[in-house]
Design a protein around this ligand. Sequence first.
Ligand SMILES: [Zn+2]
Length: 312
Amino acid sequence: MAKLSIVVHTEEEFDWDGGFYRRNNKVTHDKELTEFCEKLIQAGGKVVFAMDYAFVSSEQGKAVVKHFQKYHAEDVEFATHLHPWVNPPFEDIEPVPEKHSYPGNLPYSLEFEKLKCLTEVIEKTVGRRPTTYLAGRYGVGENSYEILSKLGYTHDVSISAFADFTHQEGPNFSEYTNHTVVKEGITCIPHSTGYISYLSAFSNFLNKAPKNLTLLNNNVLGKVVLRLMGVKKVRLSPEGFTAKEMQKLTDSLLATGTQHLIFSFHSSSVKIGGSPYTNSPGKLEGFRKHSFNLIENRTASLKQTLIAKPSL
Ligand SMILES: [Zn+2]
């Protein structure tokens, strides 16, 4: 049976268009996050908190860790999420340029030192060393996997299938599907992303290989076909997508052999105004409803698991 993990980008609230400043490290959504994740667990989910420095070193963040360790130790995993701009050691310049908001673009020694510092803070707070990594902004780079190995990591969830962030100096994953791959000894499970359309066979065709969409996009007739088929790119996330869209994507990914799916969101989205996806009561209600709907409905058809829970 294929697997499903919930991965929470567990981080500070910040203005996503306001620049990368180290002072943007406020965490005030601890109660909402605890309540929301409690409900996901009740619905059958297993929750991986990929925590960044601002979150794990805040009082609110520590309260969330404590709560889940006390009541749901078997249902959660504490992992690592590196936002370079709020994570020591700091660069001299502020705001941090967009290029360096992706950890994988940093010089080797700075990426290593930041990740080492964060790993040790998480180990101290949680009581065990994290072994799953999520780069901030999906930003893994050419040195990341070697650094992860050196620091004892076994799993990475930074790949975002079919995505290309090079227009904003980020990584290019356009050659990746949703299949698990191994890179330099690290098992990489992509964040689930793919295509849905009016016809499931056509969606499956697109999700099978990145070149299938490229071929159609490269000619006028192909573009017409894509439009007629109602093709839409969907992430397995309640941030901008409905339960119906996520169900369709899940079916297609399973039909094309994906073994491990990742449902993801940002922790700050659980509070009104915490992220652009939930800046009104109605949007937050939709976010919650679509999340519970997906997790509840997939309890029978998918094995809900953690990524790489380390042993004591
Ligand atoms: Zn993040």
